[in-house]
Design a binder for this molecule. Structure first.
Ligand code: SF4
Length: 172
């Protein structure tokens, strides 16, 4: 169901908090060194990332039942995220989004979509080896991959193999 003005304002506030937290966390992380991967490409609007939005949470939220319940209730009633499953490995909640129309592949409340939807796929870049959807127009580019790229360029291998390796090794 499309968001009304009340929910729009509520989600705007939540988004501001999300962005503040994320901004601080990323700035602190950057103090420890520049992230290895940078974001390249652009969104093609395939909506693959809307099919099953997932949120990784901290230990406290994962193991403390009251907090966990409150978090899931917020996701359901404010963001329209219905829990599909909880994956213990990685402390990941995987949802079905009630705003996503599978037929048109569109979001019925795009203007008020939560921060997590806006941030995709940046969050994946915190992982050691980011894996994006095959259909996604974004791609991670390895900042330290120049030497490997040159070696591949000079290697005696078929063009198709070189292209595949460049893609898989995040060199493009
Ligand atoms: S998966 Fe990538 S290309 Fe597709 S909608 Fe999401 S961000 Fe855009």
């Amino acid at each position: 169901m499309r968001d009304g003005p009340g929910r729009y304002v509520l989600k705007r506030g939540a988004r501001a908090w999300f962005e503040l937290e994320l901004g601080v966390a990323r700035r602190l992380r950057r103090l420890r060194g520049r992230p290895r991967f940078e974001l390249a490409g652009e969104c093609r609007g395939c909506a693959r990332c809307c099919e099953a939005p997932s949120i990784r949470v901290g230990r406290v939220l994962w193991y403390f039942p009251t907090l966990r319940r409150l978090f899931l209730r917020w996701q359901r009633s404010v963001n329209g995220f219905e829990l599909l499953r909880a994956e213990r490995q990685g402390r990941l909640f995987v949802f079905r989004c009630s705003h996503f129309d599978w037929e048109s592949r569109r979001c019925d409340s795009y203007a008020s979509r939560p921060g997590i939807c806006r941030d995709y796929p940046q969050a994946l870049f915190d992982q050691p080896w980011p894996q994006l959807f095959e259909e996604c127009g974004y791609r991670p580019r390895d900042r330290v991959g120049d030497a490997l790229g040159t070696a591949l360029q000079n290697a005696d291998i078929p063009v198709a193999t070189r292209r595949l390796l460049r893609k898989k090794l995040h060199l493009e």
